[in-house]
Design a binder for this molecule. Structure first.
Ligand SMILES: Cc1cc2nc3c(=O)[nH]c(=O)nc-3n(C[C@H](O)[C@H](O)[C@H](O)COP(=O)(O)O)c2cc1C
Length: 165
């Protein structure tokens, strides 16, 4: 298999980060890959809000129900989509996968963290996110020591169908 497919196979959600800083150009490269994602009708309504200040990372980890490890990340990308655009959630999810794969290819760990209603409103206040945008997810980023063991993934025969369901 080629390198890209091997990278997909090796990607894990990373929740333990090292202290090593991420160069700003690397963060920009990651967001550039998000920017190039497909979007319905090519509207590209998204905003990728990159949080790097330790104080805000720590506050975010207190706010985001399922993301207590955000405080240990070097950065967290808050993926925002315009509420009035149809399919804004799908667009943002596809961009999120680009973020995670771009990060992986650069040796940076990431984890998709879902946003609850309460998290969205508190994070909106903390980060001045416009009322016109919904926070779709949080993606903490950081270098890491060890790739976690692979999860039990379903076998190919369980998930593939040919021609009929
Ligand atoms: C829609 C979605 C929501 C997720 N939400 C969270 C979350 O809130 N917190 C978290 O730690 N992981 C979250 N994850 C990561 C999953 O737990 C993880 O992808 C899954 O356990 C498989 O592990 P892997 O990514 O290492 O293959 C989420 C993943 C997806 C796709």
């Amino acid at each position: 298999m080629n390198e890209f497919i091997n990278m997909i196979r090796d990607r894990r959600s990373i929740r333990n980060f090292s202290d090593r800083p991420i160069d700003k150009r690397i963060l920009e490269e990651i967001v550039d890959c998000a920017r190039l994602s497909p979007s319905a009708r090519n509207i590209q309504h998204w905003v990728f809000l990159v949080v790097t200040e330790k104080e805000n990372l720590s506050k975010l980890s207190g706010i985001v129900n399922w993301g207590p490890f955000i405080k240990d990340a070097t950065a967290c990308i808050v993926v925002c989509g315009r509420k009035d655009v149809k399919r804004h959630v799908e667009d943002c999810c596809l961009a999120s996968e680009n973020i995670m794969l771009a990060a992986k290819s650069l040796g940076v760990g990431s984890c998709y963290v879902a946003a609850l209603k309460k998290d969205i409103e508190q994070a909106r206040n903390l980060l001045n996110v416009s009322e016109n945008y919904e926070i779709v997810c949080f993606i903490p980023l950081g270098y890491f020591e060890k790739n976690p063991e692979p999860h039990d993934k379903k076998r190919m025969e369980e998930v593939i169908r040919w021609e009929r369901f």
